[in-house]
Write a protein that binds this ligand. Structure first.
Ligand SMILES: Nc1nc2c(ncn2[C@@H]2O[C@H](COP(=O)(O)OP(=O)(O)OP(=O)(O)O)[C@@H](O)[C@H]2O)c(=O)[nH]1
Ligand SMILES: [Mg+2]
Length: 463
């Protein structure tokens, strides 16, 4: 990997765009302190920002020549004790867009370059403060939608995943050394590690890799969340159920069938899993033009969602529209909700066999708020598909990491097969190296620059 030019000093607004009490302009690089000297006058005394002690906060004014741009607080953080390991200056000014832009423009006018998205974190990575898995965790923390996903990202930032990955890399590197040594010493007929011992240790590494892969299904659900669509014929209580899950009156509910005409989406937290849920227009065959369009959108939603929640009205016998819906439920990712169980029940349960066999049935009353816990549990079960959400231990949440582990596992499989077939050491060594490279991608040891650039490009500006 070629190291990109780190000599530029970068600057960006690091707080969200919009109005806020305060906003922060951040600078990082060799000229950060020098630029601060030119645009910031500390409140008392004639001291220049570059002479102030590191990690201290100073009141003063941002100035453009003689003109005062804003009152602000300045925090210098000298290299290497900073986020990027470079000299960093943070200027906290008033959080209006005009003030922030002017401070940023001043920094740019005095020699800084506008930072690219994720460039501060990229520098932290390139300067060895974080490895790639940890750097990715920074973006995950910012994007986390539930406490559980935030906790998983925080553990990754702390280095929990990196430690396990580095442990695997060390073991692989050891094995590779033995195998390569036995290639070099083949004439002397020295066997540094017996084939049995080598085989045993390869199995152990493979198992470790597999243990991590096993956490990835749940991990991905936790990081990326799932999407669910609530469908059913008009008036069965879809919107009421959506509101009950959200614990708000987000969607309009009326006794008139056909109330919801478009797809209404919101995000909720289901036992720690972020879920994007969509309430849809009731499905029925005969409908006006507007409703027909709604029905079409409902079908699109159904096709795209991870989970389809089909709602039936327990207080009425099944209708033809219900039967059509049950027959069209995608198997493996649907569940049936029999709603309105607070009313006398006229729905005959035997008829639910119209649905694919494995579809689970949950009974609720959206208005009385009963059965919701059961519903949430069933949704989580379906989302995880047998995978377990761990509250302790390392979890692989990132598809990129999972993909690297799967490739490592395959390489290990080939290495073990080569041993079993008593092939020469060269074959075993090449597969072990393949596994080592694959695992190294997770922490960023073995990746090309453009892939690394692509990873950081998904970060937000100013991070
Ligand atoms: N008794 C009872 N009434 C319910 C329940 N859930 C919903 N309702 C009522 O059923 C009617 C329709 O509810 P909605 O939530 O608007 O139904 P919907 O499926 O979204 O209907 P459309 O948007 O028209 O497709 C309203 O009058 C609700 O108060 C329930 O569990 N029990
Ligand atoms: Mg509705």
């Amino acid at each position: 990997m070629t190291i990109p030019d780190l000599s530029d000093t970068i600057a960006a607004i690091s707080t969200p765009l919009g109005q806020g009490g305060i906003g922060i302009v951040r600078l990082s690089g060799e000229k950060a302190l020098d630029i601060a000297d030119r645009i910031f006058k500390p409140g008392r005394g004639e001291q220049l920002p570059s002479t102030l002690p590191t990690h201290t906060v100073h009141y003063g004014r941002v100035v453009d020549g003689d003109e005062v741009v804003d009152e602000a607080l300045l925090t210098p953080m000298h290299a290497p004790r900073s986020y990027t390991r470079e000299d960093v200056v943070e200027i906290s000014c008033h959080g209006g867009m005009v003030a922030l832009r002017r401070v940023l423009e001043l920094a740019l006018a005095h020699g800084a370059r506008l930072a690219e998205p994720g460039e501060f974190t990229k520098r932290a990575f390139l300067n060895g403060r974080l490895d790639l898995a940890q750097a990715e965790a920074v973006a995950d923390i910012i994007a986390a939608k539930t406490e559980a996903s935030q906790r998983a990202a925080e553990a990754q930032l702390r280095g929990d995943l990196s430690r396990e990955v580095n442990d695997i890399r060390e073991q692989l590197a050891d094995l590779l050394t033995y195998v390569e040594a036995s290639i070099d010493f083949v004439e002397e007929d020295i066997e540094l590690l017996t084939r049995d011992e080598l085989r045993r240790r390869c199995d152990a590494v493979t198992e470790h890799v597999q243990r991590l892969i096993e956490t990835a299904d749940a991990g991905q659900v936790l990081r990326e969340g799932i999407t669910a669509t609530i469908v059913g014929r008009p008036n069965v209580g879809k919107s009421s159920l959506m509101n009950a899950l959200l614990r708000t009156d987000r969607v309009i509910v009326t006794p008139v069938p056909g109330t919801t005409r478009d797809v209404v989406e919101d995000t909720l937290n289901i036992k720690g899993i972020p879920m994007r849920v969509a309430d849809t227009a009731g499905l029925r065959a005969s409908a006006d033009v507007v409703e027909a369009e709604g029905v079409m959108r409902t079908r699109q939603q159904m096709a795209a969602a991870d989970i389809v929640i089909a709602v039936l009205d327990g207080s009425e016998p099944l209708t033809d529209d219900d039967r059509d819906l049950l027959a069209s439920l995608p198997s493996g990712r649907s569940l049936i909700v029999v709603n309105k169980i607070d009313l006398p029940q006229l729905l005959r349960k035997e008829e639910l066999s119209k649905a694919p066999r494995e579809v689970q049935v949950v009974e609720t009353s959206a208005t009385e708020r009963t059965g919701l816990d059961d519903l949430e549990e069933t949704i989580v079960e379906l989302a995880l598909g047998g995978a377990v959400l761990r509250t302790d231990g390392v979890m692989v949440t990132n598809v990129r990491h999972r993909d690297a582990l799967v490739r490592a596992e395959r390489s290990m499989g080939r290495a073990i097969a080569a041993m079993d077939d008593e092939l020469s050491e060269e074959f075993i060594a090449s597969d072990l190296r393949g596994a080592l490279d694959a695992v190294g991608e997770i922490v960023g040891e073995t990746l090309t620059e453009d892939i690394i650039d692509r990873i950081f490009a998904t970060f937000c500006l100013g991070k």
